[in-house]
Design a protein around this ligand. Structure first.
Ligand SMILES: Nc1ncnc2c1ncn2[C@@H]1O[C@H](COP(=O)(O)OP(=O)(O)OP(=O)(O)O)[C@@H](O)[C@H]1O
Ligand SMILES: [Mg+2]
Length: 315
């Protein structure tokens, strides 16, 4: 869906993006991480041509992005940013309807779409449609920003720290919503964040950038297990990587069939919970063994601390 081939961007003498190649498949959620100034935002903006690349080629669906008309790019690519970029003198409804209006949709269709998106993002019409951005909390404003990015039903979403500066609970809710949206609507998403837990939770593909270059990309679990160098390792959390990996693996991955004699045990954990959650329950409850249950609360297995800490190699 999106392909960057040996793309560079220079601002005067400075090279902001240096010869990067990247492929994002349709329906994939690709997360860019890296230290400040490494070229993440520049990469996003070259994809929707807010800035032009200096070298290399960018293709959307196999076609050079340079050949797309501005209107087509607007329709096919949604863009959400941390500061939301909402127009302060426009109501929420008007802000969300921006792109459809630019595309000259009929008024009734715009109204219907705005209503649909407000419902989707948990912004009740009666309460929010006529509010102005200054009357919203940061989390509500970011929801409006995401709704606006989705308005013209784009195939591609570019999101630059869209959940930055939110409290952890709102942030987690929005992450789950984004995941659910993507699963349902099969958007292709490129997402920039500084929050490594967010990156690991969301990414199908994780891309680590450093000084304008891509130093490693792949599935989060593969990067955690085999970071390419010390930079990637420390960015992913250094000694914390074990916990981050455990957060990505479900309990069902390590559990064993339940033995009848042990059916009476103790603390329980859902089979789709993460190994990290299981470890937390063990520490919290002083339990070395948990009963694993399915959605209907039926015991389906057991997980012991010994098994949880066992090295991957002896599986
Ligand atoms: N319009 C511009 N003119 C000149 N230099 C720029 C411009 N935009 C970005 N740069 C430079 O390009 C480099 C990459 O910037 P970019 O905004 O892509 O970084 P980033 O990875 O998004 O950083 P952050 O995590 O802080 O948002 C930086 O050194 C920045 O100073
Ligand atoms: Mg940036």
């Amino acid at each position: 869906m999106i392909e960057l081939i040996r793309v560079s961007k220079r601002f005067g003498a400075e090279t902001a993006v240096d010869d990067i190649s990247l492929r994002v498949e349709k329906g994939e959620l690709c997360v860019l991480v890296g230290t400040s100034g490494c070229g993440k935002s520049t990469t996003l903006r070259m994809i929707n041509r807010l800035i032009e690349h200096s070298d290399g080629e960018i293709h959307l669906d196999g076609q050079p992005v340079r050949t797309f008309r501005e209107e087509t790019l607007r329709r096919r690519i949604g863009y959400a940013i941390q500061s939301t970029g909402l127009f302060p003198h426009w109501t929420v409804a008007r802000n969300i309807g921006l792109v459809p209006r630019l595309l000259e949709w009929p008024v009734t269709r715009i109204q219907a779409r705005v209503e649909e998106l407000m419902n989707l993002l948990g912004l009740p019409q009666e309460e929010f449609a006529d509010k102005y951005p200054s009357q919203l909390s940061g989390g509500q404003a970011q929801r409006v920003g995401v709704a606006r990015a989705l308005a013209a039903d784009p195939e591609i979403l570019l999101m630059d720290e869209p959940f930055g500066a939110l409290d952890p609970i709102t942030r987690e809710t929005l992450q789950e919503e984004l995941r659910a949206l993507q699963a349902r609507l099969h958007k292709t998403i490129v997402f920039v964040t500084h929050d490594m837990d967010e990156a690991l939770r969301l990414a199908d593909r994780l891309v680590v950038m450093h000084q304008g270059r891509i130093v490693q990309q792949g599935r989060p679990i593969d990067l955690l297990r085999a970071p390419a160098d010390a930079f990637v390792e420390s960015l992913l959390g250094g000694e914390d990587r074990g916990l981050k990996e455990a957060a990505l693996l479900p309990v069902s991955e390590r559990m064993r069939p339940l033995r009848a004699s042990q059916g009476h045990a103790q603390e329980r954990i859902a089979q789709h919970a993460s190994l990290r959650e299981a470890l937390s329950v063990m520490l919290w409850r002083h339990a070395e063994r948990l009963i694993v249950i399915d959605e209907d609360d039926r015991p389906v297995g057991e997980l012991s601390l010994r098994r949880l800490v066992r090295a991957r190699d002896d599986e």
